[in-house]
Design a binder for this molecule. Structure first.
Ligand SMILES: Nc1ncnc2c1ncn2[C@@H]1O[C@H](COP(=O)(O)OP(=O)(O)OP(=O)(O)O)[C@@H](O)[C@H]1O
Length: 378
């Protein structure tokens, strides 16, 4: 666990970047620091590995005052990932990843074979190992940055806007892979972002800071959305927080309805017979939904069987143990007006209408406070 104990940083010139910060970042979890530009996020992060020294107060890691460890020794146990990956331009990807183990005296062969493992672990092909950073895309560079920070297997990771410099699609991929990796690795992570959506998606705990480096609120994502402490946090968390909060409300015992289907490859005549409200759901041989076929699609199709190119791919899928947000989104985005619900393996369970989704939401909001899915989870 990382503990900030009344930590203040006043830069020469008098700017108070961080003001009496008290905060705990629990072991094995992701703690996100979020807030507007200049609220002291980066400064707080850098006080953990002593790139910035506190003016007063203490930062403790597992009970030990960081001020008592020489910075070099301290940083051996702390991975650091920054926005523009910070890779060394004249070293290959593999050597970049192996930098810290080599500095720590690991022999070259072992360091490189471990670097190869990490390369794959962060979702990159081994073929990239011999390239130089400039020969990679922004998203690939960020993955290499993460692999490099993991190379010495540090228990603590500090991440400063690591996914901000890439486009939204790549950012989402990186976030998903990061969450998957963290599930395996269980590092103690402090993650800085100015993006509240990213904070909500990644954080186990979120600390919202205000300009002047004062802590406004620390809470789980669900708690932050449900109960912002003041107008500043409410405004920062955003106007559609009610909708976002649905993302934390799990659905139990979904009242989905049976949905008539047709398989890819079956006769179009069969598809036409099964149209319901002008649409029929098309599944593959394992009953996994592939898309919707419309009345027009069935009439105008070039072939006599149901093929993929005739399908409308609109509509997100909800899973039976997913959230109310997922369910509502599936219902609202479906071209047929019926949201598709699948099991964990992606097989069809049935469909649900927007009005049923709304009824479930209403039932939830009238449930007594403290009911499952409404408050801070374990
Ligand atoms: N080396 C420095 N010398 C003087 N002032 C600094 C220094 N570094 C940061 N500051 C000031 O401290 C305050 C907090 O900066 P910090 O970089 O920690 O904020 P931040 O929340 O990470 O901002 P951003 O989201 O814009 O990166 C700002 O007012 C900044 O101008």
């Amino acid at each position: 666990m990382i503990v900030f104990e009344s930590v203040t940083k006043r830069y020469p010139g008098g700017t108070v970047a961080v003001d009496h910060l008290d905060l705990e970042a629990p072991k094995g979890r992701i703690t996100v620091l979020v807030g507007p530009s200049g609220c002291g996020k980066t400064t707080s992060l850098r006080m953990v590995n002593r790139m910035v020294e506190p003016t007063s107060g203490r930062v403790l890691i597992d009970g030990a005052d960081t001020a008592a460890s020489p910075p070099a020794a301290l940083r051996r146990g702390i991975g650091y990932v920054i926005q523009h990956s910070g890779l060394l331009p004249h070293r290959t990807v593999l050597d970049n990843i192996a930098t810290v183990p080599l500095l720590l005296g690991t022999d070259r062969r072992r360091a490189r074979s471990r670097a190869m493992e990490l390369l794959e672990r962060v979702g990159l092909t081994p073929a990239l190992a011999k390239r130089y950073p400039a020969q990679l895309s922004g998203g690939q560079q960020q993955r290499v940055g993460v692999a490099r920070a993991l190379a010495a297997d540090p228990p603590v990771m500090l991440m400063d806007e690591p996914f901000s410099a890439v486009d939204p699609v790549v950012r989402e991929q990186l976030q998903n892979e990061f969450l998957r990796l963290q599930e395996e690795l269980g590092k103690t992570i402090v993650f800085v972002t100015h993006d509240i959506d990213e904070a909500i998606k990644l954080g186990d705990r979120i600390a919202v800071l205000r300009v002047g480096g004062r802590l406004a609120q620390v809470a789980s994502p669900a708690e932050l959305l449900a109960r912002p402490v003041d107008a500043f946090v409410a405004a920062f968390v955003g106007r559609d927080r009610g909708y976002r909060a649905l993302g934390f409300a799990a659905v139990s015992s979904l009242p989905f309805e049976r949905e008539e289907t047709v398989r890819l490859g079956e006769a179009l005549a069969t598809a036409r017979d099964r149209l319901n409200g002008g649409w029929v759901l098309v599944v593959d041989a394992e009953d996994r939904p592939q898309g919707w076929l419309s009345e027009d699609g069935a009439r105008l199709a070039a072939q006599e069987t149901v093929t993929e190119d005739a399908l409308n791919l609109g509509g997100t899928l909800a899973t039976e143990d997913g959230s109310l947000r997922e369910l509502l989104d599936a219902a609202l985005s479906s071209p047929s007006g019926r949201g598709v619900v699948t099991d964990g393996e992606g097989r069809l369970l049935g469909s649900i209408s927007p009005s049923t989704a709304v009824r479930l939401i209403e039932e939830r909001s009238s449930a007594p406070a403290g009911a499952p899915g409404t408050g801070e989870e374990a």
